[in-house]
Design a protein around this ligand. Structure first.
Ligand code: NAG
Ligand code: NAG
Ligand code: NAG
Ligand code: NAG
Ligand code: NAG
Ligand code: NAG
Length: 388
């Protein structure tokens, strides 16, 4: 039995002060000025000679940047998703009672089979040596390919290493460097992600122990829910070529609830993967405490990004999925979760990495490479990425 579990039996108040398990994981000072590289073109996609051409450098700055860009939401099994919602608002600050209320723009309810402004995609498409498997519409079980947008069936369980992703139902313009979704792999169903500096994702989910696949499968019993810059899956989610997606140049990933290995099979970590205060995008900046994976019950919670560069990951059975939720309700769920279950706060270092001699956003400064980036790329090229 874990020491923290023993303590929990002895004294609840002692637990919240001392255990490594918390119910709230905060990141503060999130967002910086930097840039990443878009993808410009793909060549010989299905051949061994497959390559990608690097595109323009894209500048970003401000609270939560680059995670203020449009994000897609990703799930890995063993996992059951019961409910999901995405919200936006104008003015919300964590801990500030006068914060404005939130509006739900996307919603999924498995049991009621309700889906609003949502598209489930999965990588069941064409294989490419440099891009991996292409996105397709997901069938009702989350991992099969479908011909059109399909709602995930109720009580659907994906197993270890199986994945699907959620996007909005707003179609991207055609692929192109100056179009709304940038350049993406041809033939995929391309939908916009979830944009905004101030945004919130809520989940009701289960992460039971793997009971079907054997332990030699990759990512055995390592469920996760994470956010990617939505450009990443539309180009190449799992690729070891630096020019085939913007991931390695730092367009952003945020791991909300992630099991890192089977040694720590109950520890749901939260991690920021970009270049704010680190050159190590592979490991990113992880909080050093974690949320406890519940192997038998439902877990409810999510992540809120506020106006001032604070992000809070939380679990709380108070979580509701109403079409509007007041700012004070969100703040009270989180402060109560923190008081009952403990919290951890990680301050990101302030960082500024402007695009040298840039003229404007998407300036075409393709010759400029951040030193932090070149040095790092040489070291890790060859590793497969997408979720760490
Ligand atoms: C990526 O693109 C840059 C810029 O065009 C080029 O210098 C580099 O060799 C490319 N890397 C790979 C692995 O293709
Ligand atoms: C659907 O989601 C997209 C992306 O968040 C948003 O821009 C759009 O307004 C939403 N549509 C509706 C009808 O809510
Ligand atoms: C997108 O979702 C919204 C909200 O559910 C719905 O009103 C709209 O018809 C959907 N649009 C498409 C193209 O499916
Ligand atoms: C989903 O359906 C596909 C195709 O029938 C099947 O191969 C796969 O095992 C199913 N996955 C799950 C998680 O049930
Ligand atoms: C499991 O992951 C945690 C968090 O990244 C790490 O600290 C620990 O060393 C890992 N354990 C093993 C056995 O890899
Ligand atoms: C939340 O509810 C689940 C049952 O769905 C239960 O297992 C869990 O202990 C509850 N959490 C708290 C903090 O009460």
């Amino acid at each position: 039995m874990r020491i923290s579990a023993v303590l929990a039996l002895a004294a609840t108040s002692f637990l919240s002060a001392s255990a490594d398990f918390v119910d709230v994981i905060d990141f503060t000072n999130l967002g910086f000025q930097g840039y990443y590289y878009d993808v410009k073109a793909f060549k010989d996609v299905t051949k061994d000679s497959c390559t990608c051409e690097r595109g323009d450098a894209v500048s970003f700055k401000g609270p939560n940047a680059p995670l203020n860009e449009a994000l897609s939401v990703h799930f890995r099994g063993p996992l059951v998703l019961n409910e999901f919602a995405y919200y936006t608002t104008d003015l919300f600050t964590l801990g500030l009672s006068s914060s404005s209320s939130w509006n739900r723009l996307t919603y999924y309810n498995a049991e009621k089979q309700v889906g609003e402004n949502i598209t489930f995609l999965t990588t069941a498409g064409e294989y490419s040596p440099c891009l991996g498997y292409a996105l397709t519409f997901a069938g009702a079980n989350g991992t099969s390919a479908a011909k059109k947008a399909t709602l995930l069936e109720s009580n659907n369980k994906i197993y270890s290493n199986e994945e699907y992703a959620i996007f909005s139902n707003v179609s991207c313009d055609s692929s192109g460097p100056n179009n709304d979704c940038g350049v993406y792999r041809s033939g995929i169903p391309a939908f916009q992600g979830f944009a905004g500096t101030v945004k919130m994702f809520l989940f009701d989910f289960e992460m039971p122990t793997e009971d079907k696949l054997s332990s030699d499968v990759s990512n055995y019993d390592m469920p996760a829910i994470w956010l990617l810059n939505a450009k990443i899956p539309r180009t190449a989610q799992y690729s070891n070529n630096v020019n085939c997606s913007c991931w390695r140049s730092g367009c952003g990933e945020f791991d909300v609830f992630e099991i890192m290995n089977t040694t720590e099979a109950l520890n749901l970590y939260s991690t920021v993967h970009d270049y704010q205060g680190t050159g190590d995008i592979q490991n990113g900046i992880a909080a050093d405490k974690f949320i406890e994976r519940d192997l038998t019950g439902n877990m409810k919670g999510g992540v809120v990004f506020d106006l001032n560069g604070n992000a809070a990951v939380f679990v709380s059975n108070s979580t509701r999925f109403d079409s509007t939720i007041s700012g004070s309700d969100i703040n009270s769920w989180i402060s109560k979760a923190s008081a009952d279950g403990g919290s951890v706060s990680t301050a990101l270092s302030s960082a500024t990495n402007p695009l040298p001699s840039s003229t404007s956003k998407k300036s075409g400064g393709a010759n400029v490479t951040p030193s932090i980036f070149t040095n790092f790329v040489v070291g890790v090229l060859g590793l497969v990425y997408g979720l760490f």
